[in-house]
Structure formats: C-alpha cells, structure tokens
Design a protein around this ligand. Structure first.
Ligand code: HAS
Length: 571
C-alpha cells in the first residue's frame, strides 16, 4: 500500500525523532551502569548529574520512545489492515502535540528543572513545563485512536459485516483502549496535585494518593508497551519463521485478557507502602498472577507457531526443528526474525523475575533493589525494545523505498543486545539479592572503598559483570545505529509503501467469546471499580496524615520547594 506526502512525513518522523533521543537515552544508560559499578566515580558526567541522567534515561527510553512508536505502528497497522485513509489534519494535530510536549519536557529535564525520575511521583516536584509537556504528549498520542482508528473500524465493519476484525487491528484497539483508561488516573494526579504544587498554588500534597493514582497507570503502561510487540509476534513472526500462526482464537483471547487484567494490579508496586490494607494488596497480587496468563498463552502459541514454521522448513525431531529457524537469514525481511527471537529469549528472564516480584512475600526481599532493574531490562528493555527497534528499521526502509543497509550489522545487533542483557540481568539479580539498592550512584557510595561506613566490597564483582553486560548491549545498539543511519540515507529504489508480512492462521475455529469487544470492556470497568475504589478511598483519607511540602532536586540535594523559592528564582 503506497503512502505519500504529509502522512509519509508524519510516520517517518514519528519513528526518527524518538530514535534520535534514544541515542542519548542509551548512552546515559551506559553512564548509569558504569557509575553503579564504581568504574566512573563522579556525581555527574558532561554536566549531567546522575539523577538527571537517570530521569532522562527512563523518560526517553520508557515513555517517549515507546509512545511515539506505538502511535506510528498503530497508524501503519490500521492503514495496512483496514485499507482506509487516515485524516491528515488529525495526524498533524497529534504530531504537533506529541513533538511540542516532548520538547517542553526535554527542556525541563536537560536544564535540571525536572530531576524527578521517570516515575515522577510526589513529593518530588518538577518545573511546570515537565508536566504540561508530558500531558501534551499523552493527549497527542490518544487522538488518532478516537478520531481516526475508531471511525475507520466502524466504517470497515459496516462494509464487511460478516468478516472478522483483523487480529492486528484487534490488538491495536485493545492497546489504545487500555491506554485511554490509564491516562485518566495519571491525568488526575498531574492536573490536580503535581501541577498546582509546581506552580506554587498548593503548599501541601498527599503523596500516598498520588502514588496510588500513578501505579493505577504505572503497571498497565507496561502492557501498553508490550502489546505492539505481541501484535508482531502473533501476526508477523510465524510468517518470518516460514509457517502460520498456530491459533487465531488463542491470540485474540490473550489480547482480551490483557484488557481485563492489566489495570487492577497497581498495588503490587506498593506492597511496602503504609496506609493501604494488606487485603487489597493481596487481591492485586492475585490479579497480577492472572495478568501473567495471557503471556503464558503467548509463550505456548508462539512456540507452536515457531515449531510449525520450522517443520515446514524441514525441521524434525523433538528439538531438531530448532535448527531450522532463520536465525541468521539475510533473505528478504527474514532479518527481522533475529529481533523477535532475541526479545523472546530475554522475555523468559523477564517473565520469571516478574512472577517473583508479584509474590507478595518474595517482593519484600527484592523491592527497590537492583533485582527490579534486571527485571525491566529484560521486559521493556528486552522484548519491547528489540521488537520496536527491528520494526523501526523495517518501516523506515519501506517508507523510504530502500533496502536495509549493513544487514550483517542489523543482524548482529539484537544478538549482542540479548547477550548483554542476559549478563546484565543475572548480575543485577545477584547484586539485588545481596541488597544493592536501585536508583543509587553506588560508585560514590557503597562501592567507594574510601567510604569506610558504607563500602560493600562483596557487591563489586557482580556490579562489574553487570557493567560488562551493559557495555555489550550498547555495542549492539551502535551496530543497529550504523544500519539505521545507512538505511535512512540510502538512495530509494522503489516507491514508498506500508507493507507487513502478515501470517495466516493454522487453527481458526469460530469462537464467539473473542469476537465482541464490548463485554470485555464492561468486565474491565467492573473489575477496575472493584479493585480500586477502596484503595483510592484509603489513600485519600489515610494519606492526609502524610501531607508534605514538595521537594525539588538541585545538584543531588532534595530541597523543600518553599525554601527553594525563597533562595532561587526559577523561571
Ligand atoms: Fe514488571 C516492576 C511484575 C511484566 C516492566 N516491571 C516493573 C518495572 C517495570 C516493569 C518497568 O509484581 C519497574 C517499575 C518501577 O520503576 O518501579 N511484571 C510483573 C509480572 C509480569 C511483568 C508478573 N513488567 C512486565 C513487562 C514489562 C514490565 C511485560 C515491560 C514491558 N513488575 C512486576 C512487579 C513489579 C514490576 C510486581 C514491582 C517490583 C517492585 O517491587 O518494585 C508478567 O506480565 C510477566 C509474564 C511473562 C511471562 C513470560 C512468558 C514468556 C514468553 C517468551 C516465550 C519464549 C519463546 C521462545 C516462545 C509469563 C512469552 C522459545 C525459543 C525457541 C528457540 C523455540
């Protein structure tokens, strides 16, 4: 399908802008891991202090890159699968809001006015431009869903009353329905708590309520990152492997279960938080195990699809078929397989560590330690990042009408990234179990031998191993950058287009349970109401006793906002 003019520009820039920022985000990640291993011993690098760098690393990699990609990919999937045009006006407004919002938030972070980490919860306070920027980014990202994708889906349904909604479209609509539902609690704390605090209109705040609202958003957002990857695994990976999707109804069920269970689980981030009853934490723990279910279904369906593909390629035996998958193939689009398989292998680690995190009692051992950092570098930093990077390269090549350049480097990149993060994950899990905290510049504290009070020599070895893993992953990323930049500047050889390698289904039995979205949305709303009404009420009433003034981070020191205003003049 051909894409021209403004739409082509918008799609390309939605992929390129976050990629440019990602280069900074990844390099700051290298700084974090070297500082944490005590290899770099300083509070800052090139004028960016550790926590400012950590904020940029988290916000760029986990929020900006993922959101831009999800919108670009969503637009492309809807266009390709429904074959209905997108409204250029809507896309421009969405683009302007997202780019404008990102620039505002970037200014605040780069000038040290928003050193609040990517979770930005109170009582840390950022400059108002950070909150307004983040809000614009989110509003811009949801516009295509309401103004382009839903109207196009309804029109498609009218024209195809008996056809099944394409699987990728279902996945995308589930993802952005989820996105809309979770933006609401985040917007509530940003608009009614954070922004008034930042503008000096409020002098006290309820941090418990803010954190409960944040995690209402904050766990489900990980599935907003994950679902575009799952769309690729279900609809494209089977074809790249040479076969078919093992079961279409199983894939639909997985997407719908994500809608149901992704949101009412946020208290598993607050197991250690006072003010919330243990019974409700246990209820959220139970639902967290339920949200692992669609990933278990995915593990089975994807493995079965891979086996089917490998057997079509001549694979035999119980495990012999593993050798018939296109791990190193440079033929056509098959190079993309490397990004998916590397991501899947990392996700095995991410899944296991996630289940540990979810267990109420085990969480008390790993919470706020390096273990959690290992977990999210094999989930969002693993399967999600690798599939997004692979698809960014693929879509840029198609939208520019060129072949992917430096294919050997493009192929080596995901394996290096995977190797690096497997090493990183193991090392950080071990240091986490030894007690090493997350979000800490260990090089100038626990891993500084001159600090007799804090020094923990027993963390040194695995911290160095972690740094080695991080460095290998960055080398993989640089290999990717070479291929992407080459592709970006290559001479076009064909017309620009949007095209995806979509697989057919092997089993496609009509299953009424997974056809209609409406009952699933209703059940989701009921489950959210059951799971969040009392915890929010508790946070509002019990959080009052912990009302505190806001704090801003200035040069690694937390300064009460009031004092700060008296001492300095921030614009
Ligand atoms: Fe998580 C913390 C629990 C999944 C991201 N998580 C985080 C944080 C992030 C994050 C960023 O319960 C830190 C937040 C912060 O800053 O404080 N997480 C889970 C659970 C799952 C889970 C139960 N997380 C994710 C995903 C993420 C993500 C996905 C990003 C995309 N997580 C937690 C908890 C915490 C947490 C607690 C709080 C910890 C604390 O104390 O602070 C589950 O959804 C995981 C289910 C996954 C599986 C794996 C299935 C395996 C598959 C691969 C199959 C492989 C194949 C290859 C087929 C069950 C699908 C075969 C190969 C061949 C060659 C054939």
């Amino acid at each position: 399908m051909q894409v021209k003019g403004a739409l082509r520009f918008i799609l390309l820039s939605q992929l390129i802008i976050p990629f440019i920022l990602l280069i900074l985000g990844v390099l700051l990640g290298l700084y974090q891991v070297l500082a944490r291993a005590g290899i770099i011993r300083s509070a800052d690098i090139f004028g960016i202090n550790y926590y400012q760098g950590l904020t940029l690393h988290g916000v760029i990699n986990a929020i900006v890159f993922t959101t831009f990609f999800a919108v670009a990919f969503g637009n492309a999937i809807m266009l390709h699968q429904l074959k209905r045009p997108l409204k250029v006006g809507v896309q421009w407004v969405s683009w302007l809001l997202m780019v404008g919002g990102t620039l505002m938030a970037a200014w605040a972070m780069l000038t040290g006015r928003a050193t609040v980490l990517y979770t930005f919860y109170l009582p840390m306070v950022a400059h108002w431009t950070f909150y307004v920027g983040a809000t614009l980014l989110l509003i811009g990202s949801i516009l295509p869903y309401f103004l382009d994708w839903i109207p196009n889906t309804l029109a498609w349904r009218r024209e195809n009353p008996n056809a099944k909604l394409p699987l990728a479209v279902l996945g995308n609509l589930v993802n952005f329905t989820l996105w809309f539902l979770i933006i609401l609690p985040l917007a509530t704390t940003v608009l009614f708590q954070m922004l008034p605090m930042s503008l000096g209109l409020a002098s006290e705040v309820n941090p418990l309520l803010s954190r409960t609202l944040f995690w209402f958003f904050g766990h489900a957002v990980v599935y907003f990152w994950l679902l575009p990857s799952y769309i690729m695994l279900y609809t494209m990976l089977p074809k790249l492997a040479g076969g078919k999707l093992y079961s279409d109804p199983a894939a639909r069920l997985a997407f719908l279960l994500f809608l149901l269970f992704s949101i009412p689980v946020g208290l598993h981030h607050q197991y250690t938080e006072g003010g919330l009853s243990s019974g409700w934490k246990l209820w959220h723990a139970f639902l967290t195990f339920m949200v692992a279910l669609p990933s278990f279904i995915t593990a089975f369906t994807v493995a079965a699809s891979l086996e089917h593909g490998a057997r079509q390629n001549g694979g035999q035996g119980l495990f012999g078929w593993w050798s018939k998958l296109p791990y190193w193939s440079r033929e056509g689009d098959k190079w993309l397989f490397a990004y998916f398989i590397s991501g899947l292998i990392l996700f095995l680690f991410g899944g296991i560590t996630g289940i540990v995190n979810a267990s109420y009692n085990l969480n008390l051992i790993v919470h706020n330690t390096a273990w959690v950092v290992g977990h999210f570098h094999t989930t969002v930093g693993g399967l999600v990042t690798l599939s997004f990077l692979g698809m960014t390269l693929y879509m840029i090549a198609r939208l520019r009408g060129v072949d992917v350049k430096a294919k050997p480097l493009a192929l080596a990149a995901p394996y290096l990234w995977m190797l690096g993060f497997v090493i990183f994950e193991i090392a950080l899990s071990i240091t986490g179990l030894q007690g090493a905290p997350r979000r800490s510049n260990l090089g100038i504290s626990y891993l500084d031998p001159s600090n007799e009070l804090l020094y923990r020599g027993d963390w040194l070895f695995w911290s160095h191993v972690g740094a080695l893993g991080g460095a290998i992953a960055v080398i993989g990323f640089l290999a990717y950058v070479v291929s992407l930049v080459g592709t970006l500047f290559a001479k076009p050889v064909r017309a620009p287009e949007i095209d995806f390698p979509i697989a057919e289904a092997l089993h496609d039995t009509p299953t009424p349970l997974v056809v209609n979205l409406r009952p699933w949305v209703t059940a989701t709303l009921v489950l959210i109401a059951i799971s969040y009404t009392y915890p929010v009420y508790e946070s509002m009433t019990r959080g009052i006793i912990t009302k505190v003034p806001g704090y801003q981070s200035i040069e690694n020191n937390l300064v009460p906002q009031q004092t700060l205003r008296e001492q300095t003049r921030l614009p």
